[in-house]
Unconditional design. Sequence first.
Length: 219
Amino acid sequence: MEGTERLRLAVQKTGRLSEKSLEIIAGCGISFGSDSRLLKEHARNFPLEFLFVRDDDIPAYVRDGVADIGIVGRNELDERCPDDLEIVRDLGFAQCRLSVAVPRDFPYGGLQWLAGKRIATSYPNILGRILEERGVTAKICYLSGSVEIAPAAGIADAICDLVSSGTTLLMNGLREVEPLYSSTAVMVSRQGFMSEASPRQVILERLLLRIDSVIRAKS
Ligand code: PRP
Ligand code: ZN
Ligand code: MG
């Protein structure tokens, strides 16, 4: 029997990533309960403990050692603490892009059109970096969610948000004009965890072997 040591995995509680994150773990032959009201539970046949949290908080949980690994969109990682974390696997699912969108009938003539305009986003760091690279100075308005209503509410001229199917934009009378960045779900650990040779790192190695065969079987 193994020790009491368990690898702690942070996954999104509800949202775009949650179902497929658990699907990959289940595909590894790891069984666990399905009561999503539990914020913490452990697998029955593998030394793994789940923490069900908001995806936006996952990078900080892993950085601070509350969790050892997390499954999160590359976008959240790049926005929040890219230097403290390491991508251990690109899981490939939850493909989406961070795009600029404008009200449907607005004329749009390229990124320069945004100079001096107000852009609402939940990703001020990624957007700021890209605008700077492209030499555009705009006013970035941070909103933690419901970014799509900003133009209609009169608080921004354009938005920059994640687009997957495009339905959310469509429903809000917006038009995607400029994809800036693309993202998939990745598994992250804190920097250096993979070379620690700790009991939990050894468990992660075992988990990754299984994950790799799940990914291979899908491709
Ligand atoms: C993103 C984005 C939109 C939606 C777009 O949210 O903020 O709301 O997905 O998807 P669609 O193009 O398929 O309509 P996300 O899933 O990251 O959830 P969160 O903002 O609550 O974290
Ligand atoms: Zn989110
Ligand atoms: Mg959203």
